[in-house]
Ligand binder design. Structure first.
Ligand code: PNS
Length: 162
């Protein structure tokens, strides 16, 4: 059964095995998965948008229904431009839920009910994992090989000068 397209938006600073797990599962269930990196985040990212896109392309190159893209401004406007009506977010734990619920309800409201959000529970193996933790460990020159693919680990090591 055709399930159409879905947008998986995020900062991906950098992409982790947790994100990759969600992307792979989405690719099985949707015809097209847009993995969309937010460009104008108020956060100051470690990696540039170009670097994040390159890492995402590298780790998803075996999947032909995944499109790595970027967006600015509101997610609802980007979704409209792509003519996609579904957003995907991963849920790691109850602590994620409040923020994610708020975002999903806001997007539903400001899109006048045209943009839905679906949640995928993160695989238990990755429920502790976040890009923030990975950046922190790498900044102290720790081993991040259990959290990110080798190409991403190399980018982190370069960024932190080792
Ligand atoms: O990986 P992140 O940082 O948790 O992703 C958050 C993201 C990019 C999905 C969210 O901040 C977003 O969609 N920002 C775009 C601005 C927007 O549409 N805001 C209104 C929704 S509350």
């Amino acid at each position: 059964m055709s399930k159409g397209a879905i947008i998986y938006p995020g900062s991906f600073d950098p992409v982790t095995y947790g994100h990759i797990d969600i992307i792979k599962r989405a690719s099985k269930n949707y015809d097209t998965v847009y993995v969309s990196v937010l460009e104008n985040s108020k956060k100051s990212p470690l990696f540039t948008v170009e670097e994040r896109v390159k890492m995402l392309k590298d780790v998803t190159r075996d999947y032909d229904n995944i499109i790595i893209d970027t967006f600015r401004g509101l997610l609802i406007d980007y979704a409209k431009e792509k003519d996609v009506h579904m957003v995907l977010r991963g849920l790691r734990a109850l602590t994620d839920f409040e923020y994610e619920l708020h975002m999903a309800q806001t997007n539903y409201l400001i899109s006048q009910g045209t943009l839905e959000t679906v949640f995928l529970p993160t695989d238990l193996e990755y429920s502790y994992l976040s890009s923030t933790t990975v950046r922190e460990i790498a900044s102290y020159h720790g081993d991040v090989s259990k959290f990110v693919p080798e190409s991403v680990a190399v980018s982190l090591y370069k960024k932190f000068g080792y």
